[in-house]
Design a binder for this molecule. Sequence first.
Ligand SMILES: [Zn+2]
Length: 337
Amino acid sequence: MDRYSRQIRFPGVGPDGQRRLQAAAVLVVGVGALGTHAAETLVRAGIGRLVLVDRDVVEWSNLQRQVLFTEADAAAGLPKAVAAAARLRAIDAACRIDAHAADCSRAFLDALPVLPDLVLDGTDNFATRYLLNDWCARRQRPWIYAGAVGAEGAAMVVPATGPCLRCLWPEPPAMADVGSCETAGILAPAIAAVTAFQTAEALKLLVGAEPVRGVFTCDVWRGSYQVLAGSLQPAPDCPVCQRRSFPALEAAPTSAVTLCGRDAVQVDPPRQHGLDLDGLAARLRGSVEALDRTPHLLRFAADGCRFSVFPGGRALLFGVHDPLRARALYDRWIGSS
Ligand SMILES: [Zn+2]
């Protein structure tokens, strides 16, 4: 316990709080800028089990703010969940870490071997946030929303009983309205400020302390930090936390989705389960460029597009942002989507 002595000395945690942290399981969805900051803080704080899920691979433009990754990870094109888990295990070998290079779909969440005590939002898109919102409401688990773009960030604890994300925004905001890292850029201190709020609230929830009710917002360039409280009440007709229907859990999964802030599309066709990467590599050899079979995936370039194909058939296509074109390229080089 000596490594946690400074945290145990803090009255809000104490020896009992530390034991609670060590018994806790937390799911971090998205292991990019937000997720790497949050995961590192929780592992250093001594949580017992961490489940990481991310669909992306490490790229050079991530290194400016995604604190667990190195140049070697980017050069190797490692899945973010895998690279993050390796670094986190070096930080605290006692923490049990499950890393999933996968899409956080409803099927993924339902198949989790452990029901997490808490879910942290490290995503970059509202489709996944609404899925988390509905899944957590149904499973009676709290989650903590977080988002950042440019110098600004926002975060909010979503208790299992609401108010929930749909109380604030009945429909997902359009990406054009909220901006993206691609158009507005992103500053690392905005990530640090938002995840400071998010992880402090996470520690409070896990040790049994009362969380902040309200929306934290900040602009690190202006130097403004505040919690907008008061107005945050459950919407009386909220379909999720009041009427307990869960529209995001019923939505059909889409097989091709453009990744936020990236010139990239994920293609995840339902029929490709069991795709043999070694067989695909043998078939493509000689007709594509930069063919590279790594322990985790198969990489190659063709038609001006870079492909990263994962076991099972999920693929990321870089250099394309139209889902229809991405599916056509997938069909041409990998197989029918
Ligand atoms: Zn609600």
